[in-house]
Design a protein around this ligand. Structure first.
Ligand SMILES: N[C@@H](CCC(=O)N[C@@H](CS)C(=O)NCC(=O)O)C(=O)O
Length: 209
């Protein structure tokens, strides 16, 4: 296998942390997003969607989304389970991942990509260019702030996002909270449940990656 990563970007970090939590070692190739390596003809052959993460399997096929990479790794290296052990756990984790992605991740991406001068015409990832819409940047920031407060509600009566066991939902939410720092927003002081959870997930060795 080969893992196409970019050490400074949040999406491949989702897979990097997952790999570390599984205790496995996968040869890694760093893709230089800052200098546009993902838009080069060579990388387009690896991933026509021009994004990382990419996981190249031993048969030469490639997975080009975090969800695909997670699923393959979970099925191939089941312990410890990060996408759930029981039918209920699996469903609750999928449910949480959807919520965090749509209300947190997408809001932050929208905010950042529509407001950062260096991302002019790169308001969406992919092979095509799209112009920024400043109002989407503002709306994304508002939604991001609201999501961080909602995270506190999601953690009010449980240790981790999907219950009493660390899961991929916690990896996603941790990366989202760190991503919020790019927008200069953070968990509010009154979000005591989310702050308690954040301290716990940040203390794991995988969080340093
Ligand atoms: N959420 C998707 C999105 C992947 C994604 O957007 N990756 C970003 C890095 S965080 C990227 O490759 N960006 C390239 C660009 O900015 O053009 C996934 O994780 O698979």
């Amino acid at each position: 296998m080969i893992f196409y990563d970019c050490s400074s970007a949040p999406s491949p970090r989702l897979v990097r942390v997952f790999i570390a939590e599984k205790g496995i070692d996968i040869p890694t190739h760093q893709v230089d997003l800052r200098h546009g390596e993902h838009l080069s003809p060579e990388f387009r052959k690896i991933n026509p969607y021009c994004t990382v993460p990419v996981l190249e399997l031993d048969d030469g096929s490639r997975l080009t989304s975090t969800q695909g990479c997670w699923r393959y790794l979970e099925e191939t290296f089941p312990d410890p389970p990060l996408l759930g052990g029981t039918p209920v756990e699996k469903a609750v984790i999928a449910d949480r991942v959807w919520r965090i992605e749509s209300d947190g991740w997408q809001a932050m991406t929208e905010a950042l990509r529509n407001s950062t001068p260096g991302m002019k015409d790169r308001a969406l990832t992919g092979a095509e260019n799209y112009a920024q819409i400043p109002a989407l940047g503002e709306r994304g920031k508002l939604r991001s702030v609201r999501f961080l407060s909602h995270l506190d509600e999601l953690l009010a009566d449980r240790a981790y996002l999907a219950g009493d066991r660390f899961s991929a939902a916690d990896i996603l939410a941790m990366v989202v909270v760190d991503f919020a720092g790019w927008l200069k927003i953070s968990l509010p002081a009154e979000a005591v449940h989310a702050l308690r959870w954040y301290a716990a997930v940040r203390s794991r060795p995988s969080a340093k990656l």
